[in-house]
Every structure is written in structure tokens, then in C-alpha cells.
Design a protein around this ligand. Sequence first.
Ligand code: URA
Length: 200
Amino acid sequence: MSALTDIYVAVERCQDCELAKRRTRAVPGEGPENAALLFIGEAPGWHEDQQGRPFVGPAGQFLEQLLASIGLKREQVYIANVIKCRPPGNRDPLPGEVQACSKWLDKQIELLKPKMIVTLGRYSMARYFPNESISKVHGKARKHGDIIYYAMYHPAAALHQGSLRKTIEADMLKIPELLKETEQITSKEAEPQQLNLFQV
Ligand code: URA
């Protein structure tokens, strides 16, 4: 058992918010322990709740297509969510649920030490780009410490909306270059919200 799999066990037992009572399966996240790229979505939907795996429904299929556009398979990246259990009826997560669950993602990030964190949608964006709007920050990278943070629209939102779909596809295509340039973007000892945005 690795420290990461210990987290999976703990998440599956977690009773720290009301969502635990209604879940079929908790969805801790999955991917290689040495993944350079971490994608963070919002919360499990129906398919994820059934299978205990992130992004396995229609949004997941689209995410896989987006990954393929940069030559990656989902098995090569780490995929997780802000919330580990499905909110009833796929409603938005409540602030208390986000707060109760954030420790799990914090621990995963501490262990994974990814080079780049890609936020998918508003809820994961809010962790790193607080009080900012996704229409302004998507497709821009920001480095804090050793990690590049990069915001994208949520694949479920972009799937059926022509213009957003083009945007998310274009934003995904910037990731390989950003990863390559990771050493060239200046690291600053400041809080993420004080850093400049770097458009590549
Ligand atoms: N949407 C998410 O945000 N996460 C999933 O795992 C599936 C759909």
C-alpha cells in the first residue's frame, strides 16, 4: 500500500459531510503516482458514483478526446475532483462540503507533486484563482512555487456549446508547450492571487 492508496481507503470511509450518506461509491481519483499533470474537476456525477472512478461519463469521454489531442491517454495523467462524493441530483457542491473535502485533495497534491495542475470548471478554479472569473483566466498559466496552475472550462459545459468547445480544445493544445516552458516561467514567492498571469 502506498500513501496514495491509503488516501483512497480513507476517502471511501469518510463520513465528514452529508454527501457520504447518499453516495454509492466515493470517487477519490486515479492515475499514476508520478503523474506530471493533475486534472481537477468538480464532483462525481451519476456514472462516477456508480463506478467509483472520476470522469467516466460523457464529460469523461470528452476529456479523453481532449487528452488525445495532445498525445496523452487518461492513464498517463492524474484525474481527481474537488468533491469526492456525488451531490444529490448533481447539484452544485455546498461551501461546507467543499471545505470538509478539501483535505483529501490537499493530501493527494502533497504526495503527487505534479508539475502542472489543470482546473476544470469553476469549483476547482476557485482553489487557485479565487475571486476571478473563468472567462478571464481560462487558457492562462500561473506559476506558484514549483507548480503551474492552469484554468480550463469544464468539459461538461464545453461539450455541447460550440464556442466553448473550440475554446477548451484550444486551451488544451497549450498544455504541452507550458509543461516544456515550466522552467522558464519565473517562480515568485508570493501568494497565487498576487502573481501575474502568463499567457503563452
Ligand atoms: N464531472 C466532474 O467534475 N467530475 C467527474 O468526475 C465527472 C464529471
